[in-house]
Design a protein. Structure first.
Length: 281
DNA sequence: AATTCCTCCAACCGCGGAGAC
DNA sequence: TGTCTCCGCGGTTGGAGGAAT
């Protein structure tokens, strides 16, 4: 069976948005606000599905979107966040004001993946590295396209993709925000102000998340041996959403984690005590 | 100058979570 | 409690435009 496509209705536009459509959507949202995506297109006079409208607004039309190159700082933060959170693009985007999950996801796939891969490649024989780099440049996209088209050779070119983290984290439960909250955008922070830009009575700026400290590859590969996901798979790391305090604590956390990994005889116990040190009440 | 290859990113798709009923 | 509907997320695709040949 399967679910019917949301845009299956005949007559709905797909593909790139026109300036007219953009104008209609922007005008409507300015007048009525976000939300009610399902009914929005009809009310706004758009022949689009609600999802498409939401996506266009979230990723392109929103006034607070920052355009232009990702700065080195942002770059670095994305890498660190990704090592902690995995492909949780919306969460990562929440820490980068003005950036969208889609943008970060694209940036990761096009730039950072290669960057990470480059770092990994440094460990191999330089000649081999050079050769493989050349080969890669030639073939990567082609392979990708073929892979996508054929989508059958699961163990073929796919193996080239570096797994930065293993396995996919479970969906965290902590963000119990009202539905009207627009996900990532609700976590934007104002780096200039000392208080959160979205202070409310219930202090949503401080949110506890269960972050899986599966961390990066080295541990991930061996987690099963350790029974890492048994009693200790979850570490309640408190990610303070006030970024001013969040970022330094994240860095500290990350450094501590690296130190644990650097220990010659790092073991389950090391990781255990590291994880326990993160537990907060 | 023409063609092919590659990169980037906007947009689509399907799924799962959560609220409404 | 179960079902339906909406929303948001993450993976994937396709095409425009630039680079290389």
């Amino acid at each position: 069976m399967g679910r019917a496509p949301c845009c299956s209705k005949v007559g709905l536009h797909k593909g790139p948005w026109t300036t007219k459509e953009d104008a209609l959507l922007t005008k409507y949202i300015h007048a009525h606000g976000e939300g009610q995506w399902k009914s929005l297109p009809k009310k706004a006079g758009l022949l689009r599905c609600g999802k498409s409208c939401r996506l266009r607004w979230m990723n392109y039309l929103r006034p607070d979107i920052k355009r232009g190159n990702i700065s080195p700082d942002e770059d670095d933060l994305i890498i660190r966040m990704h090592s902690l959170l995995g492909n949780r693009w919306s969460l990562i985007a929440g820490r980068l004001p003005g950036r969208t999950d889609n943008e970060i996801k694209n940036y990761w796939n096009t730039h950072l993946c290669k960057k990470i891969q480059g770092i990994t490649d440094n460990e191999e024989d330089p000649e081999q590295k050079l050769a493989s780099a050349k080969k890669k440049k030639k073939n990567t996209k082609k392979n990708n396209k073929n892979k996508n088209k054929q989508n059958t050779s699961k163990n073929g070119s796919e193996e080239e993709k570096i797994q930065v983290y293993l396995p996919k984290p479970i969906r965290v439960k902590a963000l119990s925000l009202p539905r009207s909250d627009s996900g990532a955008s609700s976590f934007t922070f104002d780096s200039n102000s000392s208080s959160s830009s979205q202070e409310k009575e219930e202090s949503p700026e401080t949110i506890t998340e269960q972050v899986m400290v599966n961390m990066v590859g080295e541990v991930g590969e061996n987690y099963d041996d350790f029974g890492f996901w048994g009693d200790h798979e979850l570490v309640n790391a408190r990610l303070d959403m006030e970024c001013q305090s969040y970022i330094p604590s994240l860095e500290k956390l990350y450094e501590e984690y690296l130190q644990v990994l650097d220990m010659d005889d790092y073991s389950h116990n090391n990781l255990d005590s590291f994880a326990e040190s993160l537990l907060m009440d």
